[in-house]
Ligand binder design. Structure first.
Ligand code: HEC
Length: 113
């Protein structure tokens, strides 16, 4: 019985996507970093399509640098993109996918009656 409970528990942990973006919320949902809405806006303005935004965000997060940053000059000065935390590839992929889905501008338009 205990083994089954343990097995289910680890399966839930293993398959839950929540852990990826929760690692980012620590800063991005707590005023220690620009909110997702702002980050997404800058990426969308620079890269135009969802696929290109996704690629650019992943590229940045794998090896953060000021050069790759899509943020404004002011934001770059205030927060240093060179010092962004680096996460493992799985976390980066999942978190970026979640952020893009969450901030999807088309979905927002659909909510307007
Ligand atoms: C320790 C705090 C912290 C954590 C944790 C964190 N970030 Fe950030 N993030 C920042 C700060 C500060 C900036 C603004 C500076 C910058 O542009 O890098 C930023 C900027 C970004 C940018 C824009 C980068 C640019 O300059 O173009 C993206 C995309 C991003 N974060 C994604 C993530 C994702 C995804 C996670 C989780 C896997 C995450 N961040 C976790 C602090 C954090």
């Amino acid at each position: 019985m205990e083994k089954i409970v343990l097995l289910i528990f680890s399966a839930v942990l293993l398959f839950s996507d929540e852990s990826a973006v929760s690692k980012c919320n620590e800063c991005h949902a707590n005023f220690l970093a620009p909110p997702y809405k702002k980050v997404y806006k800058h990426y969308l303005l620079k890269y135009s399509s969802k696929a290109r935004v996704q690629k650019a965000m992943i590229d940045f997060l794998k090896a953060p640098s000021e050069e790759k940053s899509a943020m404004s000059k002011g934001l770059k000065k205030r927060f240093n993109p060179d010092e962004h935390l680096v996460f493992d590839t799985t976390t980066i992929d999942k978190a970026v996918r979640d952020i893009i889905e969450q901030e999807d501008i088309i979905k927002r338009f659909k909510k307007i009656p």
